[in-house]
Design a binder for this molecule. Structure first.
Ligand code: NAD
Ligand code: UDP
Ligand code: UDP
Length: 313
C-alpha cells in the first residue's frame, strides 16, 4: 500500500519502544526503529525483524539522521537509574542532542514528533498528585540530574521548536510503567521484585519502603502514546500518562510476593539520594483531551509480568 504512514521510533529496541513498534505495525504503519543498543537489545524486536513493514537500524540519536518520515516517536534514552547513572554525560547528551536532532528532522520533513518525557521533571514533588502546571522540584547537580534535567531541557527544545518553527509536537510525561520485556536486571522496582520473588530471594526495599509510586501497565501506556500522536494539533501537552493508583513500595513488595507464590521476606537497603518520596499523576488532562485512562489494575498487570519473567527462567 503506497500511503502507509512512515513512522520513526527512536529507542525502539527498548522496553517501551518494542511494544510501540509492535502496536504501530499492527495498525498498518511502516516502522523504522533506530537504537544504539545502550540499554535495549535486538532480542526485544527479534520477532519483528521479518515483518515486511519493519526496519531496524543501529544509530545513535546524538548523531544527525537523514530519513523521510511522517511521524517520530522519540524514546531513545536510558531510563532506569542504574542505566542512566552509568554514564551520566551520555544520558544528558542523548536527551538534549537527541531531541535537537529529531526536532531538526521534524522541522525539515514536516513530521509530527512525540517526546517521551517523564514524571522525573517534577523531581521530588511538593505538589501531590502532580499536575502538568507544576514546575517541579529538581536537584540540578544530584545523581538523578543527568536524567531529570536532560528531559527538562528536551522539553524546552520541543516548545521552542514549536514556537519558532511551527513544529507539531506531542510531549508526554510518563509515570512508572511496567510489563513484559522490562530488563531483568535494570534495577527498577517491579523487575527487581519479580525476579527476586521468582528466584526465592529476599525483596530489596530501599529505605523504609513508605515512598509511593503509581504503576501503569505497558499496554495502557502505549494506547495513550498513540492517542496523543493522533490528537489534534491544538494538543501538544505536556500531558501526564500514568496510572493514578498509588502504592507504597512495601505494598508492592507484598503484592508481588503474594502473586509469585513466594514468602514475602524483605531486605532493607539504604535509600538512594534524591529518591522522590511520593509520586502520582493527575490524569485529568489526558482524560479530557484524549479520552484516555488506564484499564489494567496493578494485580492483573503484575500477573502478566510475572508470567513473562517465568518464561525467561
Ligand atoms: P529502555 O532503556 O528499555 O529503552 C530506551 C532505549 O533507548 C534503549 O533501547 C536504548 O538502547 C536506547 N538508547 C539509549 N540511548 C540512545 C541513543 N543515544 N541513541 C539511540 N538509542 C538510544 O527504557 P524504556 O523504559 O523503554 O524507556 C523509553 C523512554 O520512555 C525513555 O525515553 C524514558 O526516559 C521514557 N520513560 C520511561 C518510563 C518507564 O517507566 N519505563 C517512565 C518515564 C519515561
Ligand atoms: N538534523 C537531522 N536530520 C535532519 C535535519 C536536521 O539530524 O533531517 C539535525 C541537524 O544535524 C542539526 C539538528 O538536527 O544538528 C537541528 O537542526 P536545525 O535545522 O533545527 O538546526 P541547525 O542545523 O540550524 O543547527
Ligand atoms: N526501589 C526499591 N527496591 C528496589 C528498586 C527500587 O525499594 O529493588 C524503590 C526506589 O528507591 C524508588 C522506587 O522503588 O523509591 C521506584 O524505583 P524505580 O527505580 O523503579 O523508579 P523511579 O525511582 O525512577 O521512580
Amino acid at each position: 500500500m503506497a500511503n502507509r504512514k512512515r513512522i520513526l521510533v527512536t529507542g525502539g529496541a527498548g522496553f517501551l519502544g518494542s511494544h510501540l513498534c509492535e502496536r504501530l505495525l499492527a495498525d498498518g504503519a511502516e516502522v523504522l526503529c533506530i537504537d544504539s543498543f545502550y540499554s535495549g537489545t535486538r532480542d526485544n524486536v527479534r520477532h519483528l525483524l521479518g515483518h515486511p513493514n519493519f526496519e531496524m537500524l543501529r544509530h545513535d540519536v546524538t548523531e544527525p539522521l537523514m530519513v523521510e518520515v511522517d511521524e517520530i516517536y522519540n524514546l531513545a534514552c536510558p531510563a532506569s537509574p542504574i542505566h542512566y547513572q552509568r554514564d551520566p554525560i551520555y544520558t544528558m547528551k542523548t536527551s538534549v542532542l537527541g531531541a535537537q536532532n529529531m526536532l531538526g528532522l521534524a522541522k525539515r520533513t514536516g513530521a509530527k514528533i512525540f517526546q517521551a518525557s517523564t514524571s522525573e521533571v517534577y523531581g521530588d514533588p511538593q505538589v501531590h498528585p502532580q499536575v502538568e502546571s507544576y514546575w517541579g522540584h529538581v536537584n540540578p547537580i544530584g545523581l538523578r540530574a543527568c536524567y531529570d534535567e536532560g528531559k527538562r531541557a528536551a522539553e524546552t527544545l520541543f516548545f521552542d521548536y514549536q514556537r519558532m518553527h511551527g513544529v507539531r509536537i506531542k510531549v508526554a510525561r510518563i509515570f512508572n510503567t511496567y510489563g513484559p520485556r522490562m530488563h531483568p536486571n535494570d534495577g527498577r522496582v517491579v523487575s527487581n521484585f519479580v525476579v527476586q520473588a521468582l528466584s526465592g530471594e529476599a525483596l530489596t526495599i530501599y529505605g523504609e519502603g513508605m515512598q509511593t509510586r503509581s504503576f501503569c501497565y505497558v499496554d495502557d501506556l502505549i494506547e495513550g502514546f498513540v492517542r496523543l500522536m493522533n490528537s489534534g494539533d491544538d494538543v501538544s501537552g505536556p500531558i501526564n500518562l500514568g496510572n493514578p493508583d498509588e502504592f507504597t513500595i512495601r505494598e508492592l513488595a507484598d503484592l508481588v510476593a503474594n502473586l509469585a507464590g513466594s514468602a514475602s521476606v524483605v531486605r532493607s537497603l539504604p535509600l538512594p539520594s534524591d529518591d522522590p518520596a511520593q509520586r502520582r499523576p493527575d490524569i485529568e488532562r489526558a482524560r479530557a483531551s484524549l479520552g484516555w485512562h488506564p484499564k489494567v489494575a496493578l494485580r492483573e498487570g503484575l500477573e502478566k509480568t510475572i508470567n513473562y519473567f517465568r518464561t525467561l527462567a
